[in-house]
Design a protein around this ligand. Sequence first.
Ligand code: LLP
Length: 433
Amino acid sequence: MSSSTRSLTAPPDAFPVLRTEIAGVSVDELARQFGTPFYAYDAGKIRERIEDLRAFDAIRYAQKANSNLAVLDLVRREGVLVDAVSAGEVQRALAAGYAAAGDPPPIVYTADIFDREALDLVVSLGLHVNCGSPDMIDQLGQAAPGRSITLRVNPGFGHGHSRKTNTGGDQSKHGIWHEQLDDCLRRADHHGLAVTGLHLHIGSGTDLEHLSQVCEAMEKLALAAGRSITSISAGGGLPVPYRSGESYVDIDVYYGLWDKTRKRLESAFGHPVHLEIEPGRYLVAESGYLVSEIRAIKRMGGNTFYLLDAGFNNLARPILYGSYHPMSIVPRGGDKSERPLVDVVVGGPLCESGDIFTQTEGGFVATRNLPAAQVGDLVVIENAGAYGAVMASNYNSKPLAAELLIRSGQAHLVRKRQSFEDIVRGESIPATE
Ligand code: LLP
């Protein structure tokens, strides 16, 4: 499906509150087979979102959104390149079959610092680096002079769905400050590093209006950097609707703006300019479902709480940003009884009051209108494929959840639920004094 055949705004019935299946597979069956909670990813949806972006010369997946090896393998087979922000993400990319080097580079290390492990890995594997600080240029230049690099520039403005996901402007730690570009080009020269590209990413979950401003900034910066620039990256940030009425960015319009920018640079430079996009959320958010079981239903004054076996140890977005995720109820055992809608608070099992999925930014508890449910019914937290499992923790010594990839109506276990042994691996008790 191309972006032009999809409605740009999520319709009123985009997120049904009752469901029985995910990607053609019975959720009840999955829960029986794998236990709860688990994440399920619909491979077909990831492939559809990749197709939307084919106009760009390269799609580089920001794996921080979901770095399960099976997801990386899936996108690699679709010809999608990958971004890595740590030594661990580099190793994941390699484990999923990406080559270290190539043109364009299959893996790009993009960060604001090198920890020592990452610097060693980047140097020994010859990985391409997108430098987000002047110190990175010096450190790479000293360790591996003569390489090509790209620079991630902070254009002085940014925008995201939350202050915490805005990556531009002087409140953000990301990228090289735009007024320091010249100084950084000189630093690169000093080390014999060729600056072949620029990269701008202003934030996550932004909108077309803000994204469009990036093209203008890119053009100015690239012209200032000069003819050594042969590639530009639009970064990520494409939003997905989490509620009815919210919009997608019109990809055709967005691509058009970037293509014009690229063409103007090509005519100024007299050589081709490669255009990349670096989405995380857009490719995987809608593919992911966190499936949990209702383990208790309590009344607290006027509020009814559904307490699940999944909490912010599994999905941290609501407690971190007040993020809204669509939810649905799966009746157990084929129960088809009428389910009137009721207002409920949905929370998890953790010993912390903030363990509430229906909260708004600032920690205010809200309610959700869901079909009446019983202990044992399932709750599916939807659009959870991006920044879900990757931000999970072992808080309260809860194991990381199982992850499933559903492909052609078949569920594959792509991450086993952690065991107690996994949780305490590496811990030890010193011998008594
Ligand atoms: N490129 C760079 C350099 C980034 O820093 C990011 C996201 C992306 C690409 C991908 O952005 P996306 O297309 O996913 O918007 N945990 C937050 C999001 C943090 C995003 C961090 N950087 C959340 O759950 O909303």
